[in-house]
Design a protein around this ligand. Structure first.
Ligand code: ATP
Ligand code: MG
Ligand code: FE
Length: 348
């Protein structure tokens, strides 16, 4: 039976319906809807938690109805409800968790709280020809930059993490300091397309020593200095954007290669909002062809937050027989490595 997925961890309300089909997870996606609060937060230059929660309250049920109509389903058709239980903004998470638990309780079906980053890292399973564990996942989003060894679904080991800014955060902050509109990441990437390669050069942080951790905040400072000392023309701004993007992409590429060596995996999964970056996708595809590994990406709209990835993770866990008690509980901070492994007998 279809699983309803609900995502409300930050500033997008995402809803999806997915019917579990072992072997072909992506084909089971019946409907998905999304409402982004970007405009709401734009005038503050960042996400305002209280406004985010209130907007999730306003948008969630209409989106659920819309997805149900799109899939031609009634609530009685549902076999379970999955929701993001963390990490994220506590008030925003509570909106999704309370609604999901209430719906599941009223319908007499199980509900399950999902780790937002597990959702991101399983998103490539929504595509045809999906990867299967073991693989390494590069999770690069607004709040995370991690390399994760995926031994099985639910069995995650963090190989590398960020010491300061996440990759997406670095994109956003760098865009802001060069005066680009909020949210800066995609705007910076677009501008970089007009930039001349090699006009500026920034360092590849932490690639000169062993290890898989990241640090992107220094790069931001290098950009600030370069921008202040420049003529601040449109072309210069694009050139700096290009050099910044090249530095981030190159750094991520070096660490991805290293993580494949360390883990012995031959499959690499890219997920999270920065996974939508064209140059990153191209660089990793090239490297995969050269080095002989396989790389998997979600489609662009499933790189950033969405309900489909939560429905998928929930469907897998429910199919694996996972149970949770009925309390409404969220985890604003939540270590990915503490998740329950999905039973090895679960048919994926
Ligand atoms: P987290 O998943 O860590 O909680 P989040 O949910 O806010 O954070 P996502 O929705 O996965 O993050 O991704 C948003 C981030 O992706 C933003 O920082 C945004 O700038 C970045 N991003 C989106 N598109 C691009 C792009 N084309 N190039 C670079 N960065 C991008
Ligand atoms: Mg967002
Ligand atoms: Fe996210």
């Amino acid at each position: 039976k279809p699983v309803l997925g609900i995502e409300t961890s930050c500033d997008e309300t995402g809803v999806a319906l997915l019917r579990w089909e072992p072997g072909q997870p992506g084909r089971g996606l019946l409907a998905h809807t999304l409402y982004s609060q970007i405009k709401l937060h734009a005038e503050y230059g960042g996400v305002v938690p209280e406004l985010a929660s209130r907007d999730h309250v306003r948008k969630l049920l209409p989106l659920v109805r819309e997805a149900m109509a799109e899939a031609g389903l009634t609530p009685q058709d549902l076999g379970g409800v999955a929701y993001t239980a963390g990490p994220g903004l506590v008030g925003a998470l509570l909106v999704g968790a309370a609604a999901a638990r209430a719906m599941a309780w009223a319908l007499g079906v199980p509900a399950i709280g999902i780790h937002h980053m597990e959702g991101h890292l399983l998103a490539p399973l929504l595509e045809n020809d999906p990867p299967s564990p073991p693989f390494v996942a590069l999770l690069v989003s607004g709040g995370h930059s991690m390399l994760v060894e995926v031994k099985a679904i639910g069995e995650y080991r963090i190989l590398g993490d960020t010491l300061d800014d996440a990759a997406g955060e670095a994109f956003d902050k760098t865009a802001k300091l060069m005066g680009l509109p909020y949210p800066g990441g995609p705007a910076l990437a677009l501008l970089a397309e007009q930039g001349r390669p090699g006009a500026f050069r920034f360092s590849r942080p932490m690639t000169d020593r062993p290890g898989l951790d990241f640090s992107f905040s220094g790069l931001k400072t290098q950009v600030l200095l370069a921008w202040r000392q420049s003529d601040q023309s449109e072309q210069t701004r694009a050139d700096i954007a290009r050099a910044f993007e090249d530095a981030v992409v190159d750094t991520l590429l070096i660490k991805c290669r290293r993580s494949l060596d360390v883990s012995g995996a031959r499959q690499l999964v890219i997920a999270g909002g920065v996974g939508a970056n064209k140059r990153l996708r191209a660089a990793l595809s090239d490297a995969a062809a050269k080095d002989g590994f396989r790389v998997y990406f979600p489609r662009l709209e499933f790189c950033t937050d969405n309900g489909a990835m939560i429905a998928l993770a929930g469907a897998i866990r429910l199919a694996g027989g996972q149970q949770q008690d009925e309390t409404v509980q969220v985890f604003p901070r939540w270590d990915l490595q503490t998740l329950q492994s999905v039973s090895e007998t679960a048919d994926i």
